[in-house]
Design a protein. Structure first.
Length: 308
């Protein structure tokens, strides 16, 4: 029985991964996923898929996000977008990267956001916009324009064709979410400890908010009190609920998120271990190496050498 459940979990995740990779290969685009309602918590395999697509991994965005203020603006603009989006649309971020945004709904609840890009809407005009923004925020206009040009492209495919493929993913995510709710309902009823729907959704929203806040701010000095305030939740209850739902403490999850980002930097950059330690929010490189080795079974240096 356990083996069957595990296999089903992998099949769900691999189907979702296949659908995403099919779009990437077919249209030569990048995909970013934002979890709104905790869909990534269906199982560990779905969590891995969302983690893979949870950030804009390109040289332009990575360069911008090195600035703490601009990183904060990225987070803020995405939060505003998630609150306001009602239907799919084509738009740009505050620094000029255009994307196609697709909300994923279950009944009338927004559960996820799919962003597909990255595009320029007329390269020459877009580069002028980027340069003006770079000057406004104290960045090197020429360097920003060069990075922007290297990671964007004009839309050279049928958007209607893309819409059809993305619609399949939206429906599949909604189905996964629906099935997870039904499964939780059945398990609760069988155990004789069924909670009210309001309690269930409240706890789910708390965990989703906590995870989202951590994923966006793990490189900063965040604490249980700060996270609980963002979730409008008592710190003690958040700690208990997080441990119960996630199977780990908040501190362990923060460190896990830091290590995942550190792995990307080790893979994609030539930053020193000290630089990466500071980038992911560890003030002490030795402690960073200790945490990294505990979760990965190898030091940051050994990890990079193995990858190379």
């Amino acid at each position: 029985m356990v083996e069957k459940i595990v296999n089903n979990a992998y099949e769900e995740a691999e189907t979702l991964r296949y659908l995403l990779e099919k779009i990437i290969a077919k249209f030569n685009v990048r995909i970013n996923l934002s979890d709104i309602a905790g869909i990534r918590k269906i199982n560990n395999q779905i969590e891995d898929v969302f983690r893979q697509y949870s950030y804009h991994n390109n040289s332009f965005c990575n360069h911008i996000k090195k600035d703490e203020t601009l990183h904060g603006l990225c987070i803020k603009s995405k939060n505003v977008l998630c609150k306001r989006i009602k239907r799919p649309f084509y738009g740009k971020c505050y620094l000029g990267i255009y994307e196609l945004y697709y909300p994923v709904w279950y009944k009338e609840q927004l559960i996820a956001l799919i962003c597909i890009g990255q595009f320029s809407n007329g390269l020459e005009k877009s580069l002028e916009f980027v340069k003006r923004k770079a000057e406004k925020y104290g960045l090197d206009p020429a360097a920003c324009a060069k990075e922007y040009a290297s990671i964007t492209k004009e839309i050279n495919f049928s958007v209607d064709d893309l819409n059809g493929d993305v619609w399949v993913i939206c429906n599949y995510m909604s189905l996964l979410y629906r099935n997870a709710i039904l499964q939780r309902f059945i398990e609760s009823k069988l155990s004789g400890s069924m909670r009210s729907a309001a309690d269930y959704y409240q706890d789910k929203a708390i965990i989703s908010s906590a995870v989202d806040f951590i994923n966006k701010n793990y490189s900063q000095n965040i604490s249980l009190d700060l996270i609980s305030k963002n979730c409008y939740c008592n710190p003690a209850y958040l700690s208990y609920l997080f441990n119960k739902e996630m199977g780990m403490t908040i501190t362990d999850y923060i460190n896990k998120s830091k290590v995942e980002y550190a792995k990307r930097l080790l893979d994609l950059t030539d930053f020193s271990i000290t630089q990466i330690s500071q980038e992911v929010g560890f003030n002490d490189p030795s402690y960073f190496s200790k945490v990294f080795k505990k979760t990965q079974g190898a030091s940051p240096t050994d990890y990079r050498e193995r990858k190379n």
